[in-house]
Structure formats: structure tokens, C-alpha cells
Design a protein around this ligand. Sequence first.
Ligand code: AMP
Ligand code: ZN
Length: 113
Amino acid sequence: MDNCVFCKIIAGEIPSAKLYEDEKMIVIRDIEPKAPIHLLLIYKPHHKYISELNAKEQQEFGECLNKFAKMSKDFGLENGYRIIVNQGDNAGQTVPHIHVHVLGGKYLEFGNF
Ligand code: AMP
Ligand code: ZN
């Protein structure tokens, strides 16, 4: 997808340190971290909304989450972490390409909504 920052990172057109990559996803650090550890799990196909995923993509996206969960200790998240997927304007989604925020590295209060 033209002009999508995450498609460009996936394609290597924008430099970014990929902490993990396979055929379905990449994991990078967020450039504006909101927690001591703030990763982005980016599913490779370009879609803005989870609701746009077809049946095969739904399964793949789920598998990406499961794979990440099994690797989470490798990223220093052994004491837990929070995952967030912003969807649309009220969530403040700024990049229209499905990505999962992974936050951790300290105890995270839950609130301020
Ligand atoms: P969202 O607001 O949920 O769409 O999240 C987009 C996130 O992408 C924000 O937290 C940004 O800080 C992050 N971001 C934008 N551009 C980059 C980039 N080039 N490398 C890493 N993270 C980025
Ligand atoms: Zn994209």
C-alpha cells in the first residue's frame, strides 16, 4: 500500500531495527515509547481494521499473537505485558495498518480513559 509507513518498514524502504521477522509479521520498537518496553507487532498484509481480515488472515493474525506470546520472555516481558490494538478515530489510530502495541517493563496502571 503506497504511503503506509508500516508497509514501507516491512519492505525495508524505511530503516527500522526488526527485533523479529517471519513471513507473517515483524516486531519493532515504537519510536515514541509509552512504557519502558513498547513494541509493535505488525501483521504484514495491509489492512486498517481487524474486521477487514478474511478467514485465512484471521487465523494467521491469531497465530501471530500466539507466537508472540510464546516469545514474550525473549523481549524482557517475563513479568507480563499489555497488548492494545487501536481501531479507528476514537482509539486514536494514527497508522492505518493493523498493529499490536505491546507494553511492559514495569507495572502498568489501568485507567485514564
Ligand atoms: P496507533 O496510534 O495505534 O496507530 O500507533 C501507531 C504507532 O506507531 C505510534 O505509537 C507511533 O509512535 C508508532 N510509529 C510511527 N512511525 C513509526 C516508525 N517509523 N517506527 C516505529 N514506530 C512508529
Ligand atoms: Zn500498510
